[in-house]
Write a protein that binds this ligand. Structure first.
Ligand code: NAD
Ligand code: USQ
Length: 398
């Protein structure tokens, strides 16, 4: 099967390309390098060194003999996107290619507009490309658990049966997202659902939780195949950040009271979930929603676990409770239905102390690459203008 991976140079897209290529799928990646440009512009970098797309693909070919095709392009650039669809003729399209950091989307107006433009218009173009060139292709779209927010009821898998004034219907689950980024995913979901209803496209919207983990079997085959691993305040996510902070002696950055609970999933399970979604194709016109998490934790659960494991490794791990830069509930009910991927055969890698120890060891190996100035949060949801990086210390006069 030919699978086009949009955003195939990112944290998740690259391991996905390797995983599917290893399994015998014919894979092409499409990416505009936006993530790498952001790093260059802001002085950020992946903790684990990564190769260019071309070097990565050459290494993969040298190691396994398998070819991954590459397209450089932006989903908002219609000619570039159409060319990839016309040439590669995908049977499945896995769509990771979005601006995916909530703090980035809350920096200021320009970043909010960029996030919603690249995500919503990019996805609209993807829907048109499927309709125009490969109408039976299955769109596997990365959504987010944050589309639902934290309602005071169980979160169902995409749809909820409602009884209202004596009548019943099954309707999309209510959405209360917590950032302009999370909102962009809600807008995407509506557009995709509409195109399934109106044009008969087939799609699976994967409402994924926060991903953690540094490697998969394929990325471990050689250092040149490593995927990016972010620790900064914009792109770094909770558990990955805590493990890296513990390795460099930075007190773990718990925002607010730390009761915020989110669904989590290991990157090894992400790559498998997407294969399961591809293998079990929806019918023409069907819009499926899977909740792609394996378990949930509060921020305090994660910080305390990293502290315990880090201290057992001889580190002196401290926690700090920072005034929460985000607007979110810090204590709330959280119970998520997530059976559809399990029913398809997912065997989850649940978080254990050995994985936390592994992540801390990865971070220790690369700790001289950490710039501590990039750790503290500077983007505050209540402000409409924020600085991205903390101002460097002035160079002392000589
Ligand atoms: P990432 O930023 O590492 O990768 C995204 C890739 O897409 C980057 O290589 C970037 O250059 C590319 N890209 C961005 N906009 C593009 C555009 N308009 N055209 C072409 N390429 C573009 O992010 P990731 O962590 O790999 O996340 C991938 C997807 O999974 C995102 O859609 C994200 O919302 C979703 N997701 C991620 C997580 C997580 O914890 N990392 C959790 C849930 C959902
Ligand atoms: N948090 C801290 N300290 C930190 C970082 C985060 O307490 O140093 C807290 C946040 O306040 C939040 C929770 O941890 O309550 C999760 O934050 P995060 O930065 O790990 O994740 P989030 O911003 O939600 O975004 C990440 C990905 C995004 C994906 C989302 C899945 O960047 O692409 O969509 O996870 S979900 O959270 O389910 O919506």
């Amino acid at each position: 099967m030919r699978v086009l991976i949009l955003g195939g140079d990112g944290y998740l897209g690259w391991p996905q390309a390797l995983y599917l290529s290893q399994k015998g799928y014919e894979v092409a990646v499409f990416d505009n390098q936006a993530r790498r440009h952001f790093d260059l512009k802001q002085g950020f970098d992946s903790l684990i060194p990564i190769q260019t797309v071309h070097q990565r693909i050459e290494s993969w070919k040298a190691i396994t003999g398998k070819t991954i095709h590459a397209y450089h392009g932006d989903t908002t650039d219609w000619p570039a996107l159409s060319r990839a669809f016309q040439e590669f003729q995908p049977e499945a399209v896995v769509h990771f290619a979005e601006q995916r950091a909530a703090p980035y989307s809350m920096i200021d107006r320009e970043h909010a507009v960029h996030t919603q433009y690249t995500n919503v218009i990019g996805t609209l173009n993807v829907l048109y490309a499927i309709k125009d060139y490969t109408p039976s292709a299955h769109l596997v779209k990365l959504g987010t658990m944050g589309e639902y927010g934290t309602p005071n009821i169980d979160i169902e898998e995409g749809f909820i049966e409602i009884e209202h004034k004596g009548r019943k219907d099954t309707l999309p689950f209510p959405k209360q997202p917590g950032s302009f980024y999370h909102l962009s995913k809600v807008h995407d979901s509506h557009n995709i659902h509409f195109c399934c209803r109106v044009w008969g496209l087939r799609s699976t919207d994967l409402n994924q939780g926060v991903v953690y983990g540094a490697d998969t079997d394929e990325t471990l085959l050689a250092p040149e195949l490593a995927t990016r691993f972010d620790y900064d305040q914009i792109y770094g996510t909770a558990l990955n950040r805590f493990c890296i902070q513990s390795a460099v002696g930075y007190p773990l950055t718990v925002y607010g009271r730390g009761g915020q609970t989110r669904g989590y999933i290991h990157v090894r399970d992400t790559v498998r979930c997407i294969e399961l979604a591809i293998q079990s194709e929806p019918k023409a016109g069907e819009f499926r929603v899977f909740n792609q998490i394996t378990e949930w934790f509060s921020v305090n659960d994660l910080a305390q676990r990293v502290q315990r494991v880090g201290n057992a490794m001889g580190l002196n791990v401290q926690l700090q409770q920072l005034s929460n830069p985000r607007v979110e509930l810090e204590e709330h009910y959280y119970n998520v239905v997530h059976t559809k991927l399990l029913d398809l055969g997912l065997q989850p890698h649940l978080l254990n102390d050995a994985e936390v120890e592994h992540l801390i060891n990865v971070a220790i190996q690369h700790r001289d690459r950490v710039n501590p100035r990039l750790i503290a949060p500077t983007v505050n949801w209540r402000e409409t203008e924020n600085q991205v990086a903390q101002t460097p210390e002035p160079t002392p006069a000589t």
